[in-house]
Design a protein around this ligand. Structure first.
Ligand code: PMP
Ligand code: GLN
Length: 378
């Protein structure tokens, strides 16, 4: 039978992690920490598991968890979404992204996708009959050209996907970006998805410009986050979506029949752990130190670092080291030098190759030191 996703192969994250394992390379490719989640949080998961919290959670998520998410949102962005009608707990941000896209995209609708783009967006758009319309970020500073966005809007435009802090570039949206966005879509019916899974990883004293801060944007937005990123537990796959009641209602229709509900003991553990604001409030400092360490270690390398403003990713340009395409170079780096990274061309529909690799710095200092030593020897 004809494939519904003929262009889709194995995700680069699986490919590079597998290659790293095969060659015993230090894995700075797929984004995940090599350190543990907070021990108190792990203990809570154990306690709830042992105490019988192992059956289906409510379809919308554990009530107290949704209340605590609302409180966190109030503390950080000054708005408290209604836990009953505006917050849904999902099995990772990936599920939330799919539900939000499926909730609004109809056959023939156009969806604006900023590139480089996280790899789960386009397949979800295509499966729902949508047509991705690609808008490249500027290079090498990776900013959104809002005039260009404006020219890509048509009567068929249904949705715009925004990701800030941005994977893979580490760029963040500014208040000015959100002003431009608001101007451009004011007279349209375009919905927004804010992929904000790295909301707690914004550096250099800047604020995360969540769509939730802007009522004129939030009323038409799905805002998505991931506890996997915030609590160093990417394997748990627990995330959530905040959206106004009418959008949440449609979102839940999909969620109800995609996964129905999300892992119960972890939801209860997160409920308790969220009472402690310290963890996520300290996250910018925690990761900024790692970014600074990695960048300073790489100073003596031949890579040219493109400073990361957010996320736990750091881009590096290598055009003056070799002419190799980035996919080939990333493979060679893994096999011969012993460090795995992600080639950024895979985040473009046309595989645009700017000779840039993405390194994940969510790693112990030792790991970063050993990796940098190898990269500096190149
Ligand atoms: N969006 C972006 C930009 C991501 O980097 C990730 C994690 N790789 C996700 C969504 C998915 O998050 P989760 O693991 O919670 O499904
Ligand atoms: N989001 C992670 C990254 O960008 C990987 C997620 C995955 O492996 N699917 O590296």
């Amino acid at each position: 039978p004809a494939s519904k996703l003929p262009q889709v192969g194995t995700s680069i994250f699986s490919v590079m992690s597998q290659l790293a394992q095969t060659h015993g390379a230090i894995n700075l490719s797929q984004g995940f920490p090599d350190f543990s989640c907070p021990p108190e949080l792990a203990d809570l998961v154990g306690t709830y598991t042992r105490n019988g919290f192992n059956q289906y959670a409510p379809m919308t998520g554990v009530a107290k968890l949704r209340e605590n998410i609302s409180r966190k949102t109030q503390l950080l962005y000054g708005v408290a979404p209604n836990p009953e009608t505006e917050i849904t707990v999902t099995s990772g941000a990936t599920e939330a992204l799919f539900c939000a896209i499926a909730a609004v995209v109809r056959p023939g609708d156009e969806v604006l996708v900023i590139e480089p783009a996280y790899d789960s967006y386009v397949p979800a758009i295509l499966l729902n009959g949508g047509q991705p319309v690609f808008i490249p970020l500027s290079f090498p500073d990776y900013q959104i050209d809002w005039d260009l966005v404006k020219t890509r809007i048509t009567p068929k435009t249904r949705l715009l996907l925004l990701n800030s802090p941005h994977n893979p570039t580490g760029a963040t949206l500014s208040a000015e970006d959100l002003n431009n966005l608001a101007d451009i879509i004011r007279d349209t019916n375009i919905f927004l998805i804010g992929d904000e899974v790295y909301e707690h990883m914004v550096y250099d004293g800047h604020l995360h410009q969540s769509l939730l801060r802007r009522p004129e944007l939030a009323y038409r937005s799905f805002i998505i986050s991931s506890f996997g990123k915030t609590y160093h537990a990417t394997g748990w796959k627990v995330g959530y979506c905040v959206a106004p009641p009418a959008l949440t209602q449609e979102f839940r229709k999909i969620h109800q029949y995609l996964t129905f509900s999300t892992i119960t003991p972890v939801q209860y553990a997160l409920t308790d752990y969220l009472e402690n604001t310290e963890h996520y409030l300290n996250l910018p400092t925690f990761y900024e130190q790692k970014r600074n360490l990695f960048c300073s270690l790489m100073d003596s390398s031949r890579f040219r670092i493109i400073p990361s403003a957010g996320t736990y990713f750091q881009l590096a340009h290598y055009g003056h080291i070799t002419d190799e395409p980035d996919v080939a170079f990333a493979r060679r780096l893994t096999q011969e030098i012993g460090v795995a990274a992600i080639p950024v061309s895979v985040f473009y529909h046309n595989n645009q190759d700017h000779k840039v690799l993405r390194f994940c710095f969510a790693k112990n200092e030792d790991t970063l030191q050993q990796a940098a030593e190898k990269l500096c020897a190149l």
